[in-house]
Design a protein around this ligand. Structure first.
Ligand code: SF4
Ligand code: SF4
Length: 304
């Protein structure tokens, strides 16, 4: 659905793209912890497309799903790129995929059309040579990132432990204990199905409170783990961004490319290969000349 709606895609600034991309990994960590503790399957519960496929859901989810689809018109696949935990796993796995989009440097004419049309910012241009001063700065940035990463992990671990109480409130047992506590105090507006079922179960209120307390203690550890995971994700991203990779040609980002095929459709080299045009210059904007090796490949008819 998102792909079909991506008709006016704008390029998301790199810093924003990298920052938003972290959310999916943090969400993945939270989803694993919540599922492991039987707190809930939040990926399924908050899937924005369920209202459309099942033709029914509450208003909040309908609004959420509609917003994602509206954003899809201007930002390519926003849910897959910035929220979906499954998308986060696929991004990592795509780095090791055998079959993927690649740009052969011996035929690319460096026209930049693929970079311009890719709605996912997944084509990287060649890098420019750096001055010794900039290289020194780059090294200093990498050392800073390496030193900052453990601090970030520790900081988020601490934050995660501090959030144990609000995190534990997501667990059904904690919510039930809170409802029963309010009922016992006589301030609950009404009973709920869960509290009625509890009262018919034969368990004592003390047992319920003890169980909820035990969940809260679990979440001190689990919140710390989630925090450490968040810090790890941020630390790794900082290091990743600090490493400068040299590129002599246009390259597709293994993790970012979703194989939508748009760049194929615009690439002059591909058009020549498919016989849609006879020369790459026919597909280039007015005045632009090919600069890469394909000049010999197409103008002469054969690769020289
Ligand atoms: S196939 Fe699609 S996502 Fe991949 S580089 Fe080309 S335009 Fe971008
Ligand atoms: S559109 Fe084709 S020829 Fe142009 S830079 Fe991209 S891969 Fe190279």
């Amino acid at each position: 659905m998102q792909e079909l709606l991506a008709v006016r895609s704008i390029r998301v600034p790199r810093w924003l793209d990298h920052s938003l991309g972290l959310v999916a990994y943090i969400y993945l960590g939270a989803a694993v912890i919540f599922a492991a503790t039987k707190t809930g399957f939040i990926i399924c519960r908050y899937d924005p497309f369920i209202p459309f496929f099942r033709l029914g859901a509450n208003t909040d989810m309908l609004l959420f799903g509609s917003s994602i689809l509206l954003i899809s018109v201007f930002v390519g696949r926003p849910y897959c790129r910035y929220l979906c935990p499954y998308g986060a796993i696929l991004r990592v796995l795509s780095c090791f995929s055998k079959w993927r989009l690649s740009i052969p440097p011996d035929t690319c004419i460096n026209c930049q059309l693929c970079e311009d049309v890719c709605p996912y910012g997944a084509i990287h241009p060649p890098t420019v040579a750096q001055s010794p001063e900039r290289r020194r700065k780059g090294k200093r940035r990498l050392i800073t990132a390496l030193m900052a990463a453990p601090v970030v992990v520790l900081g988020f671990w601490w934050l995660g432990t501090a959030l144990a109480v609000p995190l534990s409130q997501w667990h059904p047992e904690s919510r039930l204990a809170e409802q029963v506590r309010l009922e016992e105090l006589g301030v609950a507006e009404s009973t709920t199905e869960a509290s009625d079922a509890f009262r018919g179960s034969g368990r004592s209120v003390e047992q319920l409170y003890q169980s909820a307390l035990s969940r809260r203690n679990d979440f001190v550890t689990l919140g710390g783990l989630l925090g450490a995971w968040t810090g790890l994700v941020i630390g790794f991203k900082l290091i990743h961004l600090s490493v400068r990779r040299r590129r002599d040609d246009y390259q597709a980002d293994r993790a970012g490319c979703v194989s939508c095929g748009r760049c194929y459709w615009y690439c002059p080299v591909e058009k020549v290969r498919l016989g849609l045009i006879s020369d790459v210059s026919e597909a280039l904007p007015d005045g632009q000349m090919p600069t890469g090796p394909l000049v010999q490949l197409t103008v002469g008819g054969k690769k020289s």
